[in-house]
Write a protein that binds this ligand. Structure first.
Ligand SMILES: [Zn+2]
Length: 294
């Protein structure tokens, strides 16, 4: 069996998987603010199971997968600078794998849904932020440092300030906070929606500002996707994360803008689809990593 962790800024998700990648059990606990307590939680969950063969961990930021060090997590700085892989391996005595969470999600989506269909794929998660991962020739694109920060490719150099410190990243438009910001900028209302679900209900009730806000999100996403597709020419770009469940509100504009901006020779080579894995993409990628042994 494999123990897998998806560490987020808010919650730590843990999943116990069988050798053939079936999830047997899942638990979720609040993420504490200190590194030692995070490590204690991971170890105590892992130690509650027997016969573990490997462990894989998805972290919400940039890491060094082979070395094991976490470099920079914008929303969970407690992990920064720690060698999480070595610290877990020292306690559990089994192989430990580490990757960026969106890269894990990309691998999960590919391994469990697409590996028999295609060789090249980009996966984008649209949620609190925007994450991305790429599969090239059937393998996760990674290196000494975790790659593919798709959320931070530039859409507008004069755009809103991003959590990373730069301006106008894809994430400042195609995330939950981006959607709410766009709505606030376009609306003259005193009371503003406080979540993506609220904007989505407004959209469904015919609210013009909500419709426009999703259109802006979709358009920026289309530009971002075209930029990525021009470099990697994936057979599919798949979209996951909480916002993907509201795709009827933005995907038509994404497809329109994508088709306008993609390099003409690549236009008919790339299909855009929704993810098959809902909330468990990160954990599933961890399970796939354990199964592949890398
Ligand atoms: Zn950024």
């Amino acid at each position: 069996m494999y123990i897998c962790f998806d560490i987020g800024g808010t919650n730590i998700k843990a999943g116990l998987f069988s050798h053939d990648g079936e999830m047997i059990e899942k638990v979720s606990v609040k993420t504490p603010p200190e590194y030692d307590r995070i490590l204690d939680i991971l170890i105590s969950i892992a130690e509650s199971y027997h016969s573990l063969k490997a462990c894989a961990v998805a972290v919400p930021g940039t890491c060094m997968p082979a070395d094991g060090k976490v470099l920079f997590c914008p929303n969970l700085s407690a992990l920064n600078g720690h060698n999480l892989k070595n610290d877990i391996a020292a306690k559990l005595g089994i192989p430990v794998f580490l990757e960026n969470d969106a890269n894990m999600a990309a691998l999960g989506e590919y391994f469990f849904f697409e590996k028999n269909n295609i060789k090249n794929m980009i996966f984008l998660t649209l949620g609190t932020g925007v994450g991305g991962g790429a599969i090239l020739n059937g393998q996760l694109l990674t290196s000494d440092i975790s790659l593919f920060e798709a959320g931070h490719i530039n859409i507008n150099p004069e755009g809103p300030r991003c959590g990373c410190g730069k301006r106008g990243c894809l994430e400042t438009y195609a995330s939950v906070s981006g959607l709410l910001r766009t709505y606030a900028n376009l609306s003259s209302a005193q009371e503003l929606p406080d979540g993506a679900n609220k904007v989505f209900s407004l959209y469904k009730s015919g609210d013009r500002v909500a419709g426009l806000s999703f259109e802006v999100l979709g358009g920026c996403l289309g530009i971002g996707m075209a930029t990525l597709a021009n470099i990697l020419v994936p057979e599919k770009i798949k979209i996951g994360g909480g916002l993907s469940e509201m795709s009827e509100a933005f995907l038509p504009n994404t497809l329109k803008v994508f088709s306008k901006h993609i390099y003409p020779a690549y236009r008919d080579k790339v299909t855009i689809e929704l993810s098959g894995l809902k909330n468990n993409a990160g954990l599933s990628g961890c399970a796939a990593t354990c199964m592949l042994g890398r």
